[in-house]
Design a protein around this ligand. Structure first.
Ligand code: RAT
Ligand code: ZN
Length: 418
C-alpha cells in the first residue's frame, strides 16, 4: 500500500515500530535458570548504578556506609532522595516510572512499599515473559563472563540458557588485566608462560576455544579504555593479534568492542564510578583494514566519537555499528546519533541495545528509543516522499526488520532465534 501523506507515513511507522520483534544484542541479563544472577524487581531497579551516581549528588553519606546498607535500605535512600524529595526527570529516573507504567503499575504513589507488594507477587519466569512481551523483544543476548566465579559455576555445572537467551563471551580481564589474569589461567590449568611465547598463545587460545564450546557465544566482547591502541606491543595488543583475531575468525564470530570507558575514576562508587573519554579511531581503523575477514561489532562511549565511527562504517563492511551505549543512552543524544547514522549509513546499522542490568529495564530502554525512532523515521520517509518517491508500507516493514533484528543475524551469519 503506497502511503499518500505524512500522516499515513507516521501511522505506518508507528504501527511497524510497535509490532516488529526485537533482538536485544547486548544486555547484562541471564536466563532465569541461571539463578539469582538474574537481577529483577523494584529494589534492583532503584539501585541501578546509573541511579546510585545520581543519588550521590544529593547526599553526603559516606560511600562505604552506603555500600554497607542492605539492598532494601539503599533502594529506600534512592527513592527518598530522587523520587520523593525531588522530581525524577533524569533519563534513568524517568526509566523507572516508564517501566512501572508499561508493566501495568501506575506510578502515582510515593509509597515504595506499594510497588514492592506488586513485584513480590511475581516470579522471575513470569516477569521474563511479561517484560519480553511488553518490550516486543523476542531474543536477547547476555554478557557472559567466565572470570566471574558465580557465573562460571553455572556454566560448569552444565546449565544451558533457555530459548531466547543467547551467550556473548566477555573477556575484559584477559585484555585489560592480563598481569593478574595470567595467574588465574594457571590456576585453571592453562599453562601460560611468564613471557608471551608460543606456549602462552596456545594456552590462551585453548581457554577461548573451551569457553566457545561451553557457551556457544554469538560474539566475543570487551570494553576498552579511550587510550586503546592497535597494533600495540602490550599484553592486550599481543592477545588480540595472536588469540582473539584468529579464534574469532576460525569460529566466524564477531569481536565486539565497546570503546571509551575510563574505569573507576572514582573507585568508591563501584560500577557508578566509571567515566568516558574520547578515543583515537586509528586503533579501530587498523583492526578493520588489517583483518578484512574478521567481523567487528562496535559501540563507542564518547559523543565526540560517534561521527567518526559512522564514517568508518562507510569504509569497512566488516564493521557493524551498534547501540547508544550507557552515557549515550539519553534521548537528546539517541536522537542525534540515530539521525546521523541514517544520514550516513541508511539502515545498515543496529540502532540500539538495552544494556539492561535489571530485567525490567528492557521495557523502558526500548520504549524510550522507539519513541525517538518513530519521529526520526517519519521525518526521513517524508523527506523522500516529498520528492515524488513512492513509499510503500512494506518498505517500512522491511527497513524496521533490518534495524530491529535482521542486520544483527545477517552480520553474524547464523540464526539461532527461537
Ligand atoms: O551500561 C552499563 O551498565 C555499564 O556499567 C557497563 O556494563 C557496560 O555496558 C559494559 O557492558 O561494560
Ligand atoms: Zn553493558
Amino acid at each position: 500500500m503506497i502511503l499518500q501523506s505524512k500522516e499515513d507515513i507516521r501511522k505506518a511507522v508507528e504501527g511497524t515500530v510497535e509490532k516488529e520483534k526485537i533482538t536485544d544484542i547486548h544486555t547484562h541479563l541471564f536466563s532465569p535458570n541461571f539463578g539469582d544472577i538474574l537481577l529483577w524487581d523494584i529494589d534492583e531497579l532503584l539501585t541501578y548504578h546509573y541511579l546510585v551516581a545520581e543519588l550521590m549528588r544529593w547526599t553526603d553519606i559516606e560511600y562505604e556506609e552506603f555500600w554497607n546498607l542492605s539492598k532494601k535500605e539503599q533502594a529506600e535512600l534512592v527513592w527518598d532522595e530522587l523520587f520523593v524529595k525531588r522530581s525524577p526527570i533524569s533519563e534513568a529516573e524517568r526509566g523507572v516510572l516508564t517501566t512501572l507504567k508499561v508493566l501495568g503499575v501506575t506510578p502515582d504513589t510515593k509509597d515504595l512499599n506499594e510497588y514492592r507488594k506488586i513485584f513480590q507477587e511475581r516470579t522471575a519466569e513470569q516477569q521474563v515473559d511479561e517484560v519480553m512481551k511488553q518490550a516486543s523483544v523476542d531474543n536477547l543476548v547476555m554478557t557472559n563472563d567466565p572470570f566471574d566465579e558465580k557465573e562460571r559455576n553455572v556454566w560448569l555445572n552444565g546449565e544451558k540458557p533457555h530459548d531466547h537467551f543467547h551467550a556473548a563471551l566477555r573477556i575484559d580481564p584477559l585484555l585489560n588485566d592480563y598481569a593478574n589474569t595470567k595467574e588465574v589461567l594457571r590456576s585453571w590449568d592453562y599453562q601460560v608462560a611468564e613471557e608471551w611465547n608460543d606456549q602462552s598463545i596456545k594456552e590462551v587460545q585453548r581457554f577461548l576455544e573451551d569457553w566457545i564450546s561451553i557457551m556457544n557465544p554469538l560474539y566475543m566482547a570487551v570494553s576498552l579504555p579511550p587510550a586503546f591502541a592497535y597494533p600495540e606491543e602490550s599484553d592486550r595488543g599481543r592477545i588480540i593479534r595472536d588469540c582473539i583475531l584468529p579464534v574469532t575468525k576460525k569460529h566466524n564470530i564477531p569481536f565486539a568492542l565497546m570503546i571509551g570507558v575510563k574505569k573507576r575514576v572514582n573507585p568508591a562508587l563501584g560500577d557508578a564510578g566509571d567515566f568516558v573519554g574520547k578515543a583515537d579511531m586509528s586503533a579501530l581503523e587498523n583492526l578493520l583494514s588489517e583483518n578484512p575477514e574478521n567481523k567487528f561489532l562496535v559501540t563507542m562511549l564518547a559523543r565526540e566519537n560517534q561521527h567518526e565511527l559512522a564514517v568508518l562504517a562507510r569504509k569497512f563492511r566488516n564493521l557493524m555499528v551498534f547501540g547508544c551505549w550507557w552515557f549515550m543512552n539519553n534521548p537528546v543524544i539517541i536522537n542525534e546519533m540515530t539521525r546521523m547514522r541514517f544520514e550516513l549509513l541508511n539502515t545498515s546499522f543496529i540502532p540500539q541495545h538495552s544494556d539492561a542490568r535489571v530485567l525490567e529495564q528492557v521495557v523502558y530502554k526500548w520504549r524510550h528509543t522507539k519513541e525517538i525512532l518513530k519521529d526520526v523515521l517519519t521525518e526521513k520517509y517524508e523527506d523522500v516522499r516529498a520528492t515524488g518517491w513512492k513509499i510503500d508500507q512494506s518498505d517500512i516493514e522491511n527497513d524496521v526488520a533490518d534495524l530491529f533484528h535482521r542486520n544483527f543475524w545477517n552480520f553474524i551469519e547464523k540464526d539461532l532465534r527461537k
